[in-house]
Design a protein around this ligand. Structure first.
Ligand code: B3K
Ligand code: ZN
Length: 870
């Protein structure tokens, strides 16, 4: 290792020694020499006289206290800090620095994105702009003046409300004031030229809010959906959470170079253009839904994140878990609740469970962090949201909302902890959440094992649930979790059945497992019930329940909960795949399931979205979760065989489902979206029947006639992933049509990177030379390279070619954009679970990476953790 950045520990938190009452910033924007003048009104809160400010990659021009420039002996400077040796009790500190936005390829701090100056400060990027107390518990009132050339930068934006404008020569400036005290990570500035979409919203307190969406010139029509989503989000937050917007203006700016999805800066959200721009010609239905969800997410942060923020970064899930829960509910209330819930569960099972079982496993509230950017994870976000959802399940909507109101009443304007949130819920709900807090402190996925017994003579039925959680790095011993399991029962004729726990008069719908083992006993049960456990995916756990296929079929036929039905189907697929792997035999088609699916598909009145989900067999990565040592090739073989067998057995019905798509409609109603979902799923299977003429016709018909991207891309995806003979032609036509649209070309890159086709390492490598690819743009890297890291069969080829390719890309990005590099590394951390050949090759690549000069902390943390962890 060439360097070892230091870890920080949650338990070492200390309150700040200073308060920054106000912060006045003055930016004189210039590509390589931007001047930042930072005037702070600071109060010292302790007897410690030295003030240590954070700062990175800054060139200090001068520092003054109360108007008096400091001599060099009065302060010291390192690559991370500016330390002023002695400061008075209350003083004005003036710091002047120079920065280089155009040279900033990390896309953190102030940088230039395709002609636009913009900022990204969360988590610790503000220190790349000026010297500051860059921590979320230092809240200050900001006033920002932005000065730039008028011709290239007609729009100068910052947080809050505009209060002054000036012109001088070819430059101009605008001053913004944000009345709400905020931590530096919520600071934002934008300067550039845009097309502007405006609208307004009147809050239920009768405040008129100006809404502005800024997009690249020419993209105005593609901003409409974002605006509509924003208005929907504002309405929804008022009606469901009683949370009302608090400024006169809300701005969203779309930029092309952005490391993540978007950022909730107070009053001035900055978005990856991928989550703003959408029209039916260029965006799929899923893109539309993603825009709605991310616009909602950032808006909801105004209360859960901005008004009430995090005390320290270990508390990140306080705002992220809660805000993901809120955006999930928003999307569910507006659209397809069941589909969303199943998709969310799938993310947890495929990606979060993997994180939990690897070297970077961490609780939703981590205890130890080297690089904070590494903790914007599926655990903190998505499992964090599941933890909030469990609270919601335990308390019910009304009480949960009482808890939210109490949380807001107690903590508005503060920087608080996850504990403060749980306490508010506990106080409002009048329930004991002591054990529930283990969800915040313990990493790892609990496994709940089920056994049952039915006594026909006594008419009793019992369910015995046992929980255990495997050790994770640094946490050997685990205590039992408080797990809410939603349940539903059916009888042997697939009719719903209600059951009462012994001694209780009302039927049970939630079993609360708190002990390591608990037996739930039900009385007056006249025939053996079939238990649907974990309805609505009510807890982020693995469930082990060995049961005959007939019971799974009963759940599919009789249960009302969509997740239970979907999950039962998944279990049948998984059993077939595992049997083929373990028996080294051909996949045996689950005949009974097939006939259920045949009936569902033949009936035009069944739920198309649900049918699409029922048809989807577990992907290779999901199957790999079942194995301690991942039989890569066998998984790919079995999954491919099952896909093909499904296509063959369901061909006629798939064709019928496909025929129900309206190729000309672009309607965005749930019903129209659902039909396209099913149509595309059907086409994905049909394309596997490569040599059938009718299939080729259908593929080409959809590709050519499609009036929207959902269907056009659906056809391309089907052809490429099936290695259909039309694939090369469709890839060419698609590229020819869309070469001028980078977001559409991202789909073209991704579809090739994810195809389960041998030789795709070479194809992906060649695509890095294509004009559609750009090493400097995160969206391009995610579409091509990150997608490839999830292509199980291709990444993990025995030759080691996949590893060499990805590690070389990571090394290349180490200097230019370590945050993006670090994302590519995560899927390689499971090297210990690979077959020996792959394991040896990947380990040696990882060792090579660990020896790289100037290894960024982002990569150091992960590679070091995976090589040392046992
Ligand atoms: N809060 C930002 C994420 C910042 C990531 C910093 N590496 C977006 C969001 O979660 O809403
Ligand atoms: Zn967020």
């Amino acid at each position: 290792m060439t360097q070892s950045p230091e870890a920080k520990y949650r338990l070492n938190y200390q309150a700040p020694g200073f308060k920054i009452h106000t912060t006045e910033l003055n930016f004189h924007l210039d590509d390589n020499h931007t001047e930042v003048v930072n005037r702070m009104d600071i109060e010292r809160l302790s007897d410690e006289l030295a003030l240590q400010l954070d700062g990175e990659n800054l060139q200090l021009v001068g520092v003054a206290i109360n108007g008096k420039t400091l001599a060099e002996s009065e302060f010291s400077i390192s690559d991370k800090h500016l330390i002023i040796h002695e400061v008075p009790e209350r003083f004005e500190l003036l710091v002047e620095t120079l920065i280089d936005p155009a040279g900033n390829t990390s896309l953190e701090g102030l940088y230039k994105s395709a002609g636009t100056f913009c900022t990204q400060c969360e988590a610790e990027g503000f220190r790349k702009i000026t010297y500051y107390l860059d921590r979320p518990d230092v809240l200050s009132v900001f006033t920002t003046t932005v000065n730039a050339t008028r011709a290239e930068h007609p729009y100068l934006l910052a947080n809050g409300n505009p209060i002054a404008e000036h012109n001088s020569g070819d430059r101009h400036s605008v001053t913004w004031h944000d009345p709400h005290p905020k931590p530096a990570y919520l600071f934002a500035l934008v300067a550039g030229d845009f097309d502007l979409l405006e609208d307004s919203f009147t809050t239920k307190e009768d405040r008129e809010v100006l809404l502005q969406v800024f997009v690249d010139k020419g993209n105005l029509p593609r901003a409409k959906h974002a605006m509509a989503s924003l208005i929907n989000a504002m309405k929804w937050d008022e009606s469901r959470f009683n949370l009302i917007y608090d400024l006169d203006i809300y701005m969203i700016v779309a930029v092309d170079f952005f490391n993540m999805g978007a950022m909730e800066n107070k009053g001035l959200n900055i978005f990856n253009s991928k989550y703003v721009l959408a029209d039916s010609e260029t965006a799929t239905d899923q893109d539309f839904l993603n825009v709605e969800s991310v616009i909602g997410h950032e808006y909801f942060h105004n209360w859960t994140g901005n008004r009430i923020t995090c005390r320290d970064w270990f508390q990140l899930s306080l705002k992220e878990g809660l805000t993901v829960f809120r955006d999930q509910e928003f999307s569910a209330d507006l659209g397809m609740r069941a589909v969303n819930r199943i998709q969310d569960a799938r993310i947890i099972r495929t990606h979060q469970f993997e994180e939990d079982s690897g070297p970077m496993a961490h609780p939703i509230r981590p205890d130890r962090v080297v690089e904070m950017n590494n903790f914007y994870t599926v655990t903190v976000y998505n499992k964090g949201a599941e933890v909030i959802r469990m609270l919601h399940t335990l308390l019910g909507e009304a009480t949960f909302q009482k808890g939210m109101a109490l949380y807001v009443e107690r903590h508005d304007g503060q920087a608080v902890t996850c504990e403060d949130f749980v306490k508010a819920m506990e106080d409002a709900g009048g329930i004991d959440l002591v054990q529930f807090r283990n969800w915040y402190s313990q990493a790892g996925t609990p496994r709940v094992t089920v056994s049952e017994a039915y006594d026909a003579d006594q008419k009793t039925y019992s369910l015995k649930l046992t929980q255990s959680t495997p050790a994770t790095p640094g946490q050997q011993e685990k205590h039992p979790f408080h797990i809410p399991l939603r349940v539903e029962f059916v009888d042997s004729s697939n009719n719903p059945l209600t059951l009462n726990l012994a001694g209780q008069t009302s039927p049970i719908s939630i079993l609360e497992l708190k002990e390591q083992t608990h037996e739930f006993r039900f009385e007056n049960v006249t025939s053996k019930p079939i238990a649907g456990l974990l309805a609505d995916f009510s807890a982020p756990v693995r469930l082990d329940f060995e049961r005959p296929e007939s019971e799974l079929l009963a759940i599919i036929a009789g249960c009302s909960d969509p997740f239970l039905r979907w999950d039962a189907v998944q279990q049948i697929y998984l059993a077939a795949i595992k049997q083929a792997i373990e028996g080294e035999s051909a996949v045996r088609m689950p005949e009974q399931l097939v006939s259920v699916l045949q009936q569902e598909l033949a009936n035009p009145d069944t739920d198309a979205a649900m049918n699409a989900l029922l048809l989807q067999i577990p992907g290779e990565e999901a199957v790999s979760q079942e194995y301690e040592v991942i039989p890569v090739e066998e998984i790919c073989r079995a999954v491919a065989e099952l896909r093909l067998a499904m296509a063959q057995s369901l061909k006629a019905q798939l064709m019928l489902a496909w025929e129900r798509i309206d190729l000309t409609s672009n309607a965005l109603t749930s019903e129209a979206i659902a039909k396209r979902m099913l149509g595309n799923t059907a086409l994905g299977y049909l394309a596997l029947l490569n040599d059938e003429k009718s299939v080729t016709e259908v593929l080409l018909a959809q590709f050519n006639a499609a009036g929207n991207m959902t269907l056009q891309f659906g056809a391309l995806h089907a052809a490429v992933h099936a290695n259909h003979l039309s694939a090369p032609q469709l890839l060419n036509e698609f590229a020819e049509q869309w070469h001028g649209n980078t977001l559409v070309m991202d789909k073209w890159l991704a579809v090739q990177a994810t195809a389960p086709i041998s030789g795709s390492v070479g194809a992906v490598r060649a695509l890095t030379e294509h004009s559609a690819f750009n090493w400097g743009n995160p969206n391009r890297i995610y579409s091509l390279l990150a997608s490839f890291t999830h292509n199980l069969g291709q990444l993990h080829q025995r030759s080691g070619e996949g590893y060499e390719f990805v590690i070389a890309a990571i090394k290349r990005l180490n200097n230019s954009n370590p945050q993006v590099a670090s994302r590519l590394l995560s899927p390689l951390l499971k090297w210990r679970r690979l077959p020996t050949t792959q394991q040896t090759k990947l380990k040696s690549e990882l060792l090579g990476l660990s020896r790289l000069d100037n290894l960024a902390p982002d990569l150091y943390e992960k590679v070091n953790q995976t090589l040392t962890d046992n």
